[in-house]
Design a protein around this ligand. Structure first.
Ligand SMILES: [Zn+2]
Ligand SMILES: [Zn+2]
Length: 142
């Protein structure tokens, strides 16, 4: 049995695949259902309305949004901004055009590397890994 500290309350608990202890996990699920239900009835609600009506913290609703579990339908809500261009987005981390671009750029960087490795296997594995990690980091910054 593996013991972990709950990501929410810090209490030690037996790890079963979730970062939250059973108590926090349950309330998380409850809150999620409340938010989801409210958004179902009020598709144009803002995050503040949702928070006020459901009693769920805005911070938590934001987390649901980032985890792509819910979507705020309101246009230009400015709740979430694309991490690349700053445009308002409804869920996730990037707007659709940026997500597509990033994926393309990532492929362009990773594919030649992979091909190079096929031709001439790099002996020093560690430095190669660091190289890829560095590229990932830089991509995140764009
Ligand atoms: Zn907890
Ligand atoms: Zn963008």
């Amino acid at each position: 049995m593996e013991l972990r500290n709950c990501a929410n309350c810090g209490r030690a608990f037996a790890y079963i695949g979730s970062d939250l202890c059973s108590r926090c996990g349950d309330s998380d699920e409850d809150d999620f259902k409340k938010v989801k239900l409210y958004l179902y009835d009020h598709p144009g609600a803002t995050i503040r309305e949702v928070s006020e009506e459901t009693g769920v913290e805005e911070r938590k609703i934001l987390r649901f949004l980032k985890e792509d579990r819910i979507e705020i339908v309101e246009e230009d809500n400015l709740i979430l901004a694309c991490e690349r261009c700053g445009n308002s987005i409804k869920s996730g981390r990037f707007c659709n055009p940026c997500a597509a671009k990033l994926q393309k750029e990532f492929k362009q960087v990773i594919e030649p590397l992979a091909k190079k490795e096929e031709k001439e296997p790099i002996r020093n594995n560690r430095s190669n890994k660091m190289h890829v990690a560095e590229i990932r980091k830089n991509l995140g910054k764009i």
